[in-house]
Design a protein around this ligand. Structure first.
Ligand code: NAD
Ligand code: DAU
Length: 358
């Protein structure tokens, strides 16, 4: 029975991954180490909590003593490191916590795993430490081209720089110690349990509550959207079949401008919830500082080497996602109270008269 240490498992992708793995495998143990920041929510793991093979530990990946104890007291076979500060806008306002969690936290995990594993057979036996990184480490594209795994790192935000820093540490543990690591670099995920500070759940939430939807700049920035379940599947396949020391891009073959995404959501909710939800909710605001223009991920490597490809068409995934938020209004209410409300109000000083916006 393999034991997984999943960090950040109470967040969006981590909780989807835990639910996916525990449903699929009866023969794994899974420890979830999560600090429960504003982004972590144990409600996401209600089903997992009933599973005797699942254990939750509240704690910080930067806490060397705690992480060391977890390795000492449990025979951990695989680490999947989702724990992260993940929102670009927050990194512009408060950089330090990004450096701490994303870089220092990863260093603590790498070191603890190395100490636990280096004297055993673990180093010889497939991928053991999976670092969950992002396509944002490659920077920004013009109208043409795609990110491949050999595209040079050129991060722009504090968030993506901290993720790139962590990636380099992970690589160094492979280059130096031959530690069995892999890195995934995925594009923008969407689906259930995503905190409504990110574009898709924010748009859904604002439509439901008839709040204005802030569009940064001209709304023509492009992201490559992937349904979260497809990412979970890719992560599992990399753990099973990835090559040590390798990087794998994960993407949805689904590039869309932000304004297009917003209009798709408005149209669905106009037709299925309330005809008063319409384009009048769209409001152009000041652009994000250092806003990357376009991301596009080349997934040839994972498709050829591992046989993974995204299965969910955006037209289906977005409907499933909107329906999930409509059916889970209580979840949304719970996560958007208190601290989030203050943050939201500070963040979005809605101003629809910015020059240069259509
Ligand atoms: P999220 O913000 O929803 O969740 C992050 C989780 O990490 C939360 O549960 C939080 O409590 C926990 N956490 C934060 N700091 C911690 C610490 N110091 N110690 C322990 N736990 C801590 O993030 P997400 O969107 O689920 O992203 C997960 C990972 O995937 C991140 O590493 C992110 O960089 C990466 N990623 C995300 C996307 C995306 O579109 N969401 C795309 C590519 C890569
Ligand atoms: O590409 C992968 C990355 O995707 C992950 O590594 C990050 O963790 C994740 O947060 C996401 O980053 P983005 O910055 O692309 O996601 P976000 O949802 O914040 O923004 C998506 C696009 O929408 C971006 O161009 C900014 C724009 N936007 C966002 C918000 C929240 C708006 O126009 N208005 C908004 O209110």
């Amino acid at each position: 029975m393999k034991t997984y240490l999943v960090t950040g498992g109470a967040g969006f992708i981590g909780s989807n991954f835990i639910n996916y793995m525990l449903k699929k495998h009866l023969d794994i143990k899974l420890i979830n180490l999560d600090k429960l920041t504003y982004a972590g929510n144990l409600e996401n793991l209600k089903d997992a909590a009933k599973n005797p093979n699942y254990k939750f530990v509240q704690g910080d990946i930067c806490d060397e003593e705690l992480v060391g104890k977890l390795f000492k007291n449990n025979d951990i076979d695989i680490v999947v490191n989702f724990a992260s500060e993940s929102h670009v806008d927050r990194s512009i306002k408060n950089p330090q916590i990004f450096v701490k969690t994303n870089i220092q936290g990863t260093a603590v995990l790498l070191n603890a795993a190395k100490s636990a594993w280096e004297t055993s057979e673990a180093f010889k036996d497939g991928v053991k430490f999976l670092q969950i990184s992002t396509d944002e480490v490659y920077g920004s594209l013009g109208e043409k081209g795609h990110f491949s795994e050999t595209t040079p790192l050129d991060p722009h935000s504090i968030y993506s720089s901290s993720k790139a820093g962590a990636d380099l540490l992970v690589k160094a543990y492979y280059d130096t110690y031959k530690m069995p690591v892999c890195i995934t670099r995925s594009s923008n995920n969407y689906g259930p349990f995503q905190f409504p500070e990110k574009l898709i759940p924010l748009t859904i939430n604002n439509c439901i509550n008839k709040k204005l939807i802030p569009v940064y700049g001209d709304g023509m920035n492009i992201r490559d959207w992937i349904y979260v379940q497809d990412n979970c599947m890719a992560i599992e396949m990399i753990i099973n079949n990835g090559q040590m020391g390798q990087i794998y891009n994960i993407g949805g073959h689904n590039e869309k401008t932000n304004i297009h995404i917003i209009k798709i959501i408005i149209e669905y909710l106009h037709d299925n919830l309330n005809p008063k939800i319409d384009d009048n909710l769209i409001t152009y605001v000041e652009d994000r500082k250092g806003h990357d223009r376009r991301y596009s991920v080349d997934t040839t490597k994972i498709e050829k080497e591992i046989g993974w490809h995204p299965e969910t068409l955006f037209q289906n995934g977005i409907k499933m996602t909107i329906k999930w938020y409509l059916e889970n209004k209580e979840w949304m209410k719970n996560v958007t109270g208190g601290e989030y409300q203050n943050y939201y109000e500070q963040m979005y000083r809605i101003n629809s008269s910015i020059k240069g916006c259509p």
